[in-house]
Design a protein around this ligand. Structure first.
Ligand code: IVH
Length: 654
């Protein structure tokens, strides 16, 4: 082959591979098999090795990582990478705004961005080509991590415009990636540590496997004169970057409160960690005039969201027996305040998890609390220096009934059907919110009633009377009346609540509703065969077998007969026959008529599944106002879309 032909072949392979990578990563589509892609990539790699002079600056081979590095060189930042002052309350923000208004007379508006919890880097492009990337370091000097950054697929190797520019942004690891990586490999405490640890890897091939991401938020240097920060933010997308897409313009600080609330609500459903909001003065031409405090600019400030993770000490591990017999090791902690809530217990999930974490009693650990989720231990910070620090041993016997435990995958299980701990949990589940929802019958009360022998089974609840509470501390006439009344209120309960309340393994609220959409009374379910049950869309072999086994047990049947004497199990409202039943549905955008949770409720009610993000399995996307990239992506993927209003009208919800 002539040299020129080789050059052309390299260009062709580069373009082709970049095209397919773009389709795959940005549009979830593929027009070529993985094998063909790998073959072409290998071919390109071989050619580039032989003819390095022809290697393109946007070669996809950069993405898979090259030579192992011996270390990172220190680099001086052309423009200092400043940090931000923190604020913690609305009052702090108003004070900040007042200070700004004392300095400048112009009307100030703001651009609010999520504060991404990763690590800051500066990327230098010359003539549109990525030439250098450095960590923030101390803001003046950082480390040259260019080769590692080239593996980050959301960092364009070549911009869509041939300009000189320095872009600042955050390297993050998406939660979904973190969960996958952390389950098989070494333990990182959180996605931020994983991102930082990965970026400082000396082997760029490993960095490539860590699937890091980059989100830009600032232009440090350019010839273009942007009047507004939002224009700059938008320009970053035009260059080929993927900025975080929840940023919002507000016209004064009082509008920040709804944005903070919205952010708190969205926080758990994002695929990346955020630890605050960055509020920037939108009028970029005022930035210089506003000046600096000792270490930070005045034009921006960080509003910190409540912490999710703190460090504390593991004091002991106790064992909890669940409703299905699964033994959960529970961490007893030195109490610690996490974002305003004192946490003194956390789950350790199972004994495999204890091994994976390598945690011992006495260790300093990270504990995380997010939303309503039970706090969990995410990593060991440092091991106890005490030589006698406790190794946590796997139990052999159930801590309550002392029967031999059985191993089921990663779990240890008490299989004794008479285990008192399991029975207690079953009753607590039966009265819980999603099941019979008996107000005033909380877990502690059930525990008291079970331990004093007043209730042994579900039906015993309905036999309770005032005398049962005589001489029981803390139970005055009023509270007893409240409880008896709330029990009476549940004497008419829907079939799906009862079915869910029975606590059959694998029968969650959703599955219960799928079953009651087909069967109208409990006797039909009792006599259903496993084939009948499996025929229901969404119910698998294991669950249907569990159901049949449950109703083959004479004790269970006897209990249901007893229950029927006290409660009237009412037929389910049927609206599963919606045009949109049995689908995977994504919601995007907003509606002033329906809340997000309400729409999700409708979706579940018709036997469909709400999904968080659009992917291959998505059947339908419903969109409201201000629907953004998700709608575009769905349309590109050929997924059916419908407006929220049409969805309600055509969905037979009424
Ligand atoms: S702007 C001078 N915007 O927060 C202003 N920073 O304490 C430069 N961060 O080191 C920063 N998300 O790592 C800015 N949307 C965002 C951000 C953000 C995260 C980080 C960044 C910086 C730290 C400031």
């Amino acid at each position: 082959m002539q040299k020129n032909d080789i050059k052309n072949l390299i260009i062709k392979l580069t373009d082709e591979l970049n095209y397919h990578a773009d389709l795959y990563f940005n549009y979830d589509k593929s027009e070529i098999s993985d094998r063909d892609y790998d073959e072409k990539l290998k071919k390109l790699q071989e050619l580039e090795q032989k003819y390095p002079e022809f290697k393109m600056q946007n070669s996809p081979t950069f993405r898979v990582g090259g030579e192992i590095l011996s270390g990172f060189n220190s680099v001086k930042h052309e423009i200092k990478l400043l940090s931000l002052d923190n604020t913690y309350s609305k009052e702090d923000l108003i004070e900040w705004e007042n200070k700004l208004q004392r300095i400048v007379n112009d009307k100030i508006s703001y651009f609010c961005e999520y504060k991404l919890d990763g690590l800051s880097v500066a990327l230098t492009y010359e003539n549109g080509v990525f030439v250098k990337g450095a960590t923030r370091g101390n803001g003046i000097n950082g480390e040259d991590v260019t080769e590692n950054l080239k593996t980050v697929r959301t960092i364009p190797l070549k911009l869509k415009k041939d300009i000189d520019i320095i872009v600042r942004g955050e390297i993050i690891m998406k939660r979904s990636v973190f969960d996958k990586i952390n389950s098989i490999e070494k333990i990182f405490a959180n996605p931020r540590n994983a991102a930082a640890g990965s970026l400082r890897q000396l082997n760029p091939k490993i960095v490539s496997e860590r699937k890091l991401d980059f989100m830009p938020y600032d232009i440090l240097k350019t010839d273009i004169d942007f009047k507004l920060h939002s224009q700059e933010y938008k320009f970053l997308s035009e260059l080929g970057f993927k900025p975080e897409n929840n940023a919002k313009k507000i016209s004064n600080i009082s509008e920040i409160i709804p944005f903070i609330e919205e952010t708190e609500n969205k926080r758990d459903s994002l695929d990346y960690d955020i630890d605050g909001i960055v509020i920037k003065v939108e009028e970029k031409y005022l930035w210089d005039e506003l000046g600096f405090t000792n270490k930070a600019p005045r034009f921006a400030v960080a509003y910190k969201l409540k912490a999710r993770q703190e460090i504390t000490i593991l004091k002991a591990v106790t064992l909890q027996v669940g409703r299905t017999g699964i033994i959960t090791p529970v961490a007893e902690l030195e109490p610690v305040n996490i974002g305003g809530v004192v946490v003194s217990r956390a789950t350790l999930h199972n004994f495999e998890e204890i091994k994976r974490l390598g945690v011992k009693i006495g260790d300093k650990i990270f504990v995380e609390r997010a939303g309503d989720v039970i706090p969990k231990i995410t990593a060991v910070v440092s091991s106890s220096e005490d030589l006698f620090a406790g190794i946590i041993k796997e139990p052999k016997l159930c801590p309550v009934c002392l029967s031999l435990l059985k191993r089921e995958e990663v779990f240890l299980k008490c299989v004794n059907s008479e285990c008192p701990a399991k029975n207690l949990r079953k009753i607590q589940h039966f009265v819980s919110k999603a099941a019979l929802d008996i107000e005033y019958l909380g877990e502690k009360t059930v525990e008291m009633l079970v331990s004093t022998g007043k209730i042994k089974s579900f039906s015993d609840i309905f036999k309770l009377n005032k005398n049962d509470f005589e001489n029981i501390e803390g139970w005055k006439e009023k509270s007893v009346n409240n409880l008896i009344e709330s029990i009476n209120e549940k004497k008419n309960t829907s079939l799906s609540r009862v079915l869910y309340g029975l606590g059959i393994e694998g029968v969650g609220e959703f599955i219960a509703r799928l079953i009651t959409a087909k069967y109208t009374n409990i006797d039909e379910i009792i006599t259903a065969s496993s084939e009948d049950l499996e025929n229901i869309n969404g119910i698998g072999k294991i669950v249907s077998k569990n159901i049949v086994l449950y109703f083959n047990n004479s004790k269970n049947l006897e209990e249901i007969e007893n229950l029927k004497k006290y409660i009237n199990i009412i037929e389910e409202e049927k609206n599963i026959n919606s045009l949109f039943s049995g689908l995977n549905i994504v919601i995007t955008g907003s509606s002033d008529k329906y809340k997000r949770s309400e729409l999700e409720g409708f979706i579940k009610k018709i036997g469909s599944t709400p999904q968080k993000s659009t992917g291959k399995s998505t059947d339908l996307l419903i969109y409201g106002e201000k629907a953004g990239s998700k709608l575009k992506k769905a349309q590109e993927l050929g997924i059916k879309t419908i407006s929220i209003d049409d969805f309600i009208e055509q969905g037979n919800f009424k």
